[in-house]
Ligand binder design. Structure first.
Ligand SMILES: [Zn+2]
Ligand SMILES: [Zn+2]
Length: 304
């Protein structure tokens, strides 16, 4: 299962009651952070998830409202006692940006391993998650993320017993490896059920909606997506500034057949995002206007 916590929901600048847009993800006790604007560590402390298990940071892009919180956060993680490396992923240009930010956070008790990734790449994240990225359309190179975890096929112990598989070999079959013993052999297909649906979420921010997004994000259980503007009158502003309206975000969620949508990255001028909720609901009913502290758990279905 995957736990998600929206730390902040603001774009551009933090406000007294709205931290910058950032998402914290926990899987098997290990943490991954998506974006780290100024002050990200403050709501993090409030919600108590702890810093020490942070194993990876994924950046959408290198605008200040998504990266300027890094030096302070890296110190908070150090103070929490981490010594294991932290992997940091971002688009082209990330290495130079992180090197610049590390000038004011040069000495850490752990290694920060920066890796620039490009559209089409896949890589592992803490807790067994797998991320894939595609490029977005913004003022700087930007990545949109799809993150997922697979689910093992169901093991049939009765079938294994009937086939005479020694108990010591059950685990290899459960790991999808064939088993052989004196007097017999079995393949995973002999004792495992059909493939089962895993869990997935998407993280999309600071981009225009692109035609490739729905297919890339298809079937995600949750889409966390920017909705910088709520008022449809701001649609031209969304185009000019390379962001999205609530309606555009909801259209991606609908076309991707997502399970739910969280809107985030609100313009500082959008003082009451709830007032425009209907703009999204009309297109995608399972929409929630993000607030700092919004949390959910994506869990495997019981009946499969
Ligand atoms: Zn932004
Ligand atoms: Zn931006």
């Amino acid at each position: 299962m995957i736990d998600l916590l929206l730390l902040g929901t603001g774009g551009h600048t933090p406000l007294p009651d709205r931290w910058l847009s950032s998402l914290l993800v926990r899987c098997r006790g290990e943490l991954t952070l998506f974006d780290c604007g100024e002050g990200t560590q403050i709501p993090w402390v409030r919600f108590g998830w702890g810093f020490r298990r942070l194993g990876a940071i994924c950046l959408s892009h290198n605008h200040a409202d998504h990266v300027a919180g890094l030096p302070g956060l890296l110190h908070a993680v150090a103070n929490a006692g981490r010594t294991e490396p932290v992997d940091l992923y971002g688009p082209e240009g990330t290495t130079a940006v992180v090197a610049g930010l590390r000038v004011i956070a040069p000495k850490l008790p752990y290694e920060v391993r920066v890796r620039e990734v490009r559209g089409g790449e896949r890589f592992g994240l803490p807790g067994g998650l797998t991320a894939s990225v595609e490029p977005g359309d913004h003022w700087l190179p930007v990545l949109v993320y799809r993150v997922e975890i697979g689910r093992a096929r169901r093991f049939d112990p009765e079938r294994a017993t009937a086939l005479g598989v020694p108990l010591a070999l059950w685990q290899s079959l459960q790991r999808d490896e064939p088993a052989a013993w004196s007097g017999g052999s079995a393949t995973p297909d002999d004792v495992l059920g059909p493939p089962r649906r895993g869990l997935a979420f998407g993280f999309v921010t600071d981009t225009r909606p692109l035609p490739a997004f729905p297919a890339f994000l298809t079937g995600v259980d949750l889409l966390v997506c920017e909705g910088t503007y709520g008022d449809p009158a701001d649609a031209t502003k969304a185009v000019a500034r390379k962001h999205m309206t609530f309606a555009e975000a909801a259209t991606i969620a609908r076309d991707a057949d997502a399970g739910a949508l969280w809107l985030t990255h609100f313009s500082p001028a959008l003082s009451d995002p709830e007032a425009y909720r209907d703009q999204a609901i009309a297109i995608f009913p399972e929409t929630t206007i993000g607030v700092s502290g919004l949390t959910t758990t994506l869990a495997f279905a019981d009946d499969e």
